[in-house]
Design a binder for this molecule. Sequence first.
Ligand code: ZN
Length: 298
Amino acid sequence: MHPQPYIGRFAPTPSGHLHFGSLLAALASYLDARSHAGSWLLRVEDLDQPRCVPGATDHILRTLEAYGMVWDGEVIRQNQRVALYQQVIDNWLDSGLAYYCDCSRQHIAKHGGVYPGTCRNRHLPFAHTHAVRVQAPQHEICFTDRLQGYFGQRLAAEVGDFVVKRRDGVIAYQLAVVIDDIAQGVTDIVRGADLIDSTPRQLWLYQLLKSEPPRYLHIPLVMRQQGEKLSKRLASPPIDTSMAPATLFKAIAALAQEPPADLRNAPVGEQLAWASNNWSPERLPAALQLLESTLPQA
Ligand SMILES: [Zn+2]
């Protein structure tokens, strides 16, 4: 019996430049893929056009190249796949698994953020301003994360029927990511722990699409200080491509891989080769968040 070939991916949103936090996510998924002799795909999650910054996709691709993280195959752009996502939504609308909803944020906020199923039996017709929700299951959806361990959620009680198409017409991240990961045969997802809460919703969509879910590894999120994530919004500095070797060494150390000091000034290719050969994700702290100040200062 041949083991299933490993297929991993990195899926950035081009809403700004790559910052140190997103470099860590890219690096962890790259190292995990290469250490399994797997492929590493690149997908641009550009569905939310108003949030996308012109030139950001190019900047992200050039930065990954400067850091030696070369992806396999064509870059997929979600914005070119909308018809495919819509087809799945239409099937679910036809079968009654999904329905239109015109509820306001305020209405949902009144129910503690859990959608109370208000529109489930209203049979609203299509309208450009209606969201589409998919029915959530009553039973618990759980999985075992490679680092975080057991994680479960009762979607009906904790989230409610959730949005697969937003009121502004944008396909929801939850749906697009699952359809693409299935289409690309992704076996392993390595990403930031800020997404662990959305994993049970995605696992439910895998079930509805009758597909085998991938394995998950959610790496801790680097916080500037308690409660303050490194992000584009908070203007974390873009990572510098002229200092790629020094920054890459710092990133490998931040992933708790303990690179030898003499690797510090080595070319990026040599650093990546060492890091994939020695990749030990179990060394990562099983926390959802890490403070920037506690990372090794390389
Ligand atoms: Zn509603």
